[in-house]
Design a protein around this ligand. Structure first.
Ligand SMILES: [Zn+2]
Length: 284
């Protein structure tokens, strides 16, 4: 079973998991909830005067066997221009070195970085202010089709991919793309869901008889558990709907622990049914 060490740390058998803090940002509430009317979402996600709602960025660190895996990496605010930072009300979190030092690790201890997808708010933290890879030994595990879409500049999502996030990794030979579902370490696997992007993937960690799921942007906050609560940013909203309709009931039935990357309040929780929707039960 899972042993909860703090609101952001737990063990699953021999596997240690820590939820990290990569800061905050604000995005348009209407875009975050697509067809859901503001009259519904503003009750649980109050917008500011620019209609933006508060969001977190919470990478995950997983230590499994000899592998140290970082899952998603924040926005890399040092390399963004002021207008962009203001538009998204970015509040930088601790420097990534400070994510690792309290855990007794340094940047070169990370062996793999897993990206659910390559959007700026997930991949940006991999490159430092000087344009150098921040985790110099880490192979970057992202779906090959995701890299193709990022490179080809898909017209609908041009603003979401930033070439400078990936180019230094490519130049250093750190990109180690995946072709479909993959085992990454003992008890750690990536599963392609699509939906948000063509090759978006989620990460499962299994140990001690428990399952943890890192949803990425399939379920960015606890308010996106219901299938039709899909972001307008999703390129394949019907696919998001289908994957959630399949996976969220399993999360309930099998008592999974869920990580919500963008949830401003709840980093880790179990999912419970609640009328026609769901509620979460935070750990610790
Ligand atoms: Zn995101």
């Amino acid at each position: 079973m899972a042993e909860v060490l703090s609101p952001t740390a737990l063990t699953l058998g021999d596997i240690r998991v820590d939820v990290l803090d990569a800061g905050r940002l604000r995005l348009d509430g209407g875009a975050m909830f697509r067809v859901v009317p503001r009259a519904l979402w503003e009750r649980f996600a109050p917008p500011d005067e620019q209609n933006r709602i508060a969001l977190a960025m919470r990478p995950l660190l997983v230590r499994a066997g000899d592998e140290v895996l970082l899952v998603d990496a924040g926005i890399g605010p040092e390399r963004r221009d002021g207008a962009f930072l203001a538009r998204c009300a970015v509040e930088p979190g601790p420097d990534p070195a400070e994510w690792l030092a309290p855990l007794g690790l340094g940047p070169s201890d990370v062996t793999q970085v897993v990206l659910t997808h390559a959007h700026f708010d997930h991949a940006g933290g991999l490159v430092d202010a000087d344009g150098a890879p921040r985790f110099p030994r880490a192979r970057v595990r992202v779906q090959r089709r995701e890299l193709e879409d990022a490179a080809e500049g898909c017209p609908l999502c041009r603003a979401s991919y930033v070439e400078g996030d990936l180019a230094p990794l490519r130049a250093q030979g750190l990109l180690d793309p995946l072709d479909g579902d993959a085992s990454l370490a003992p008890g750690v696997r990536a599963v392609v869901t699509g939906g948000h992007t063509r090759a978006h993937q989620v990460v499962f960690v299994e140990g001690g008889g428990e399952t943890l799921v890192f949803w990425g942007d399939l379920v960015p906050t606890r308010h996106h558990l219901r299938p039709h609560y899909v972001m307008a940013y999703d390129l394949y909203p019907r696919e998001s709907w289908e994957r959630k309709a399949e996976l969220v009931p399993r999360a309930v039935a099998e008592d999974w622990i869920a990580v919500f990357y963008h949830d401003p309040e709840v980093p880790l929780a179990r999912v419970r049914p609640d009328g026609r929707g769901y509620r979460v039960e935070p750990l610790a």
